[in-house]
Design a protein around this ligand. Structure first.
Ligand code: FMN
Length: 210
């Protein structure tokens, strides 16, 4: 599928064929390409729990305010951040030249020594990975819904996440039974883009009334 088509056609789908199952090959294909998502210092400070077990999906659904897509999707994917990623550099730089290992290894643990920065980085990482996953799912003939409407403590408990792996995003993935609702409205260009300086909406700085 062309990238522009995937971008335009990706919508948050809430109704899935509950009979459809995802194969392990498909999960491996999906995740092998999610792994290509960029991360700061190549930290790969993420962990994904791909849930296809119906009983576990039912539990997750209850922890997600009973949003039906969580139990009807072919897979419900818990996207967790790894808050300790900055202490795993030897694992993630395994193929890097020694000079890079030394430089990043010396710098990264200090840079991420503060809880807020670790959490911010994990949120960035999981957000980018989630978008890769949703576009790739379109390419594989599936639809998705990104979700934050869940109780993170319950979700972590259900899938056994350790304390330093908070669940930051849930993504349902499956065969759509019905399309997403119509778009609720997109901001106009001037409302969300500035050029060179906040509030400036053209490259010349002149007001564009067209
Ligand atoms: C971080 C995030 C959290 C969301 N949480 C939920 C959710 O809990 N339940 C839900 O039905 N949709 C959820 N959505 C879907 C949004 O409502 C949807 O992306 C938005 O309305 C735009 O529609 P579209 O994705 O179809 O383009 C979430 C989306 C994002 C990005």
């Amino acid at each position: 599928m062309e990238l522009l088509d995937a971008l335009r056609q990706r919508r948050s789908v809430k109704a899935y064929d509950p009979e459809h199952r995802l194969s392990e090959d498909e999960i491996r294909h999906l995740m092998a390409h999610v792994a290509l998502t960029p991360t700061s210092f190549n930290m790969q400070n993420w962990h994904f729990v791909v849930v296809t077990d119906q009983a576990v999906q039912d539990e997750l659904c209850a922890a997600a305010w009973n949003q039906a897509q969580v139990k009807e999707a072919s897979a419900t994917i818990i996207c967790a951040g790894n808050l300790d990623g900055h202490n795993n550099m030897e694992r993630t730089l395994r193929k890097a030249p020694d000079a890079v290992k030394e430089m990043f290894g010396g710098m990264v643990p200090g840079f991420y020594s503060n809880d807020a920065i670790q959490r911010d980085e994990a949120v960035r990482t999981v957000g980018l990975a989630g978008m890769t996953m949703m576009l790739l799912a379109k390419d594989m003939g599936y639809d998705t819904c990104p979700m934050i409407g869940f109780d993170p403590t319950k979700v972590a408990e259900i899938v056994g996440l350790p304390d330093d792996h908070p669940p930051l995003l849930m993504i349902t993935l499956g065969k759509a039974l019905s399309p997403a609702h119509g778009r609720m409205g997109l901001l106009d260009f001037e409302e969300f883009v500035s050029m060179n300086r906040f509030g400036n909406h053209s490259l010349t700085g002149e007001v564009n009334d067209s």
